[in-house]
Ligand binder design. Structure first.
Ligand code: FES
Ligand code: FES
Length: 155
């Protein structure tokens, strides 16, 4: 059994220790906001927070996340101390700027952005480029940048 702390709740999961965290989150715990894109740490669709850092869950063995504080898009508002039903500021900015198109990559984009802004509240364009390496088939990159700039202005 592996003990995982996900979105503030503790779960004992009986899975192969080498199984990628992504599949345990989606298949065992039903947290389907975490998306599968490439499976090789290239696209960022599977991004979650592990002890506050943006991590690509498709490429992290579940055993490596045992005991760490894992946050998925489902738990992002609560991780910032917000009550149930409220959106995280990054999610609100995403709505205001109308960032998503098909939406598939966007939970990963939001999780990566939230991790960036936690330690760098006013990122430069170069810092945005370095942090947001997520891929988007719909090409939402300009709006992602616009939303991040809007958040930085109010920080
Ligand atoms: S599915 Fe994990 S980086 Fe693409
Ligand atoms: S919004 Fe469609 S892949 Fe990014």
């Amino acid at each position: 059994m592996i003990t995982l702390k996900v979105n503030g709740a503790t779960h004992a999961v009986d899975v192969d220790p080498e199984m990628p965290l992504l599949w345990v989150l989606r298949e065992t715990l039903g947290l389907t906001g975490v998306k599968y894109g490439c499976g090789v740490a290239a696209c960022g669709a599977c991004t979650v927070h592990v002890d506050g850092a943006a991590v690509r869950a498709c490429s992290l063995p579940v055993s490596a996340a045992a005991g760490a504080a894992i946050v998925t898009i489902e738990g992002l508002p609560a991780s910032a101390g917000l009550p149930a039903g409220e959106l995280h500021p990054v999610q609100r900015a995403w709505v205001a700027v109308q960032v998503p198109q098909c939406g598939y990559c966007q939970s990963g984009m939001i999780m990566t952005t939230a991790a960036l802004l936690k330690h760098t509240s006013k990122p430069t364009d170069a810092e945005i480029d370095a942090a947001i390496t997520n891929l988007c088939r719909c090409g939402t990159y300009p709006r992602v940048r616009r939303a991040i700039r809007a958040l930085a202005e109010t920080a």
